[in-house]
Design a protein around this ligand. Structure first.
Ligand code: ADP
Length: 487
């Protein structure tokens, strides 16, 4: 890994706890970070204990008031510097990300710039954490509303976007004057640690941002929920774990931000621009080898264009190159681990056993390992696993539908409500369908909707809270109403 970097100091095998870089845990235990392409160990990190996590929280609590006392402009300057450092080091950060996570280098670089964009955005917003004045309800009263930071935030992030999922939590938290203790996924802590190295260089005060490394995720969730110094927990990951955390958070009525699973429908109407729809399906479905929570999971194609769409998509998907993300031309990396791979194969086998046809792919390529061929299934029906569960892999199941009413009903027939997509040129239909889709986000004639300037988040069992945009500030602040009397 080091030989591939311009700045070798961007990789560390130490955790950042309470402002100190820890080479070892008091437990003496360690864990390895491996490259999913070949299983090679990239780094050995301390496997930290609950006491070490508590220490990080104590320190975050101790330094939070001073950080909050700084002006928005002062905090903005630090975040601006962090943004500049992320951009300046984007190539190295992307290489680290690709090696620990597997996504193609170009996508990894895109993720770094996407993560950096949140840091830039929330740095700018730091100056605009506005309150309100409200006309008094009595002649001698004045009402003022201010926004204050919630305090110490615990963050738990997944492996599929090791940089951006953390950046878009730490940036708004630090912007408004919160401090943060983060726990990246054990598969991908190196990207989080690189971000912490840069944050330190940018002037984030010691202890205001910790990166806890370890494999005991449920212990971390418990500590965040049981420690009264932690005032908010923000989590991106599976709906199952989100449910556990929500239950655990109940005891202390802990403020929660949850970005959970999706089961995105991607609808192609007869009147769609088919080439654009194919393009949209490619990015929405196959980006990150299908391992994103906003990936198209169910592709509904209207009967009149079903065959034509399937053919055009098949031509594109057959040309995809699977392999090591560091290699030029590769656009599909490995699955993150063997469980993920097994789930993808299970979904394909289940669909085939119930009558679906494999148009492209459907198995592992000769490379073996954790790779899976980009796949298209046709003749897919609602009784198959792919209709209900998030596949989280490079498999596009194509369902055929007849009417607008049918497809809206099928699209909404899930407990999830994160992203949805559809293609049509009919303005009236665009409004009708967009308003009926029960999702937090709707991509219309586009397969790529993520940006720091818009509110990202889900409804139903896809979560609560929004990340990005002016609304993203709400999640890290509390409103305080002050009533002045005797005037
Ligand atoms: P994924 O399918 O993306 O791995 P998870 O929800 O399992 O989804 O993981 C997302 C993050 O949640 C990771 O950092 C993981 O370590 C953490 N995690 C897993 N189980 C728990 C738990 N019981 N409590 C808190 N965090 C957890």
């Amino acid at each position: 890994l080091l030989s591939k970097l311009k700045d070798k100091s961007l990789v560390t095998d130490k955790a950042l706890v309470a402002g100190e870089w820890l080479a070892a845990s008091e437990s003496g235990r360690t864990f390895d970070v491996t490259n999913p392409v070949n299983g090679e160990a990239l780094a050995t990190l301390p496997n930290l204990t609950r006491a070490e996590l508590t220490r990080a929280i104590d320190k975050a609590h101790e330094v939070q008031k001073a950080w909050a006392k700084k002006t928005g402009k002062e905090r903005a300057a630090v975040l601006r510097k962090l943004y500049d450092l992320m951009v300046a080091n984007a190539d190295d950060l992307a290489t680290i990300l690709t090696m620990e996570m597997g996504k193609p280098l170009a996508e990894a670089k895109g993720e770094i710039l996407y993560g950096a964009a949140y840091v830039e955005w929330f740095g700018e917003e730091a100056k605009r954490v506005y309150g309100d004045t409200i006309p008094g309800h009595q002649a001698d009263k004045r009402i003022i509303v201010i926004r204050q930071p919630v305090g110490v935030v615990g963050a738990i992030t997944p492996w599929n976007f090791p940089n951006a999922m953390l950046a878009r939590k730490m940036a708004p938290a630090l912007a408004v004057g919160c401090t943060m203790v983060s726990k990246p996924a054990a598969q991908t802590p190196l990207s989080a640690l690189s971000l912490a190295l840069l944050a330190e260089r940018a002037g984030v005060p010691a202890g205001a941002f910790s990166v806890f490394t370890g494999t005991e995720a449920s212990m971390v969730g418990k500590e965040f929920c049981e420690n009264e110094k932690v005032r908010k927990l923000t989590f991106t990951g599976s709906t199952n774990v989100g449910r556990i955390l929500m239950r655990q958070a109940a005891d202390q009525i802990k403020k929660l931000g949850l970005e959970l699973g999706g089961n995105a429908p991607f609808i192609v109407f007869d009147d769609a621009d088919l080439d654009a729809a194919v393009e949209g399906a490619m990015v929405s479905k196959y980006r990150n080898a299908g391992q994103t929570c906003v990936c198209a999971n169910r592709i509904y194609v209207q009967a009149g264009v079903y065959d034509a769409f399937a053919e055009k998509l098949a031509a594109r998907v057959s040309a995809m190159k699977v392999g090591d993300g560091l290699e030029a031309g590769v656009n599909t990396g490995p699955m993150i681990d063997s469980n993920a791979l097994a789930k993808v194969q299970e979904h394909v086998d289940d669909a085939v056993s119930k009558g679906a046809k494999i148009a492209v792919g459907g198995k592992q390529p000769d490379l073996g390992g954790l790779f899976y061929q980009p796949t298209i299934l046709t003749g897919v029906t609602s009784d198959m696993m792919v209709a209900r569960e998030e596949t989280f892999g490079p498999v596009a199941p194509l369902f055929k539908f007849e009417t607008e009413a049918d497809v809206v009903e099928m699209a909404n027939n899930t407990e999830f409500g994160l992203a949805s997509y559809f293609y049509s040129k009919d303005v009236a239909k665009i409004f009708r369908v967009a308003e009926q889709l029960e999702y937090g986000m709707v991509g219309i004639n586009t397969g790529l909707i993520s940006t720091e300037v818009a509110p990202f988040g889900g409804i139903k069992q896809s979560g609560t809270g929004r990340e990005g945009s002016k609304y993203g500030i709400d999640d890290y602040t509390e409103l305080k109403y002050m009533c002045l009397g005797g005037i």
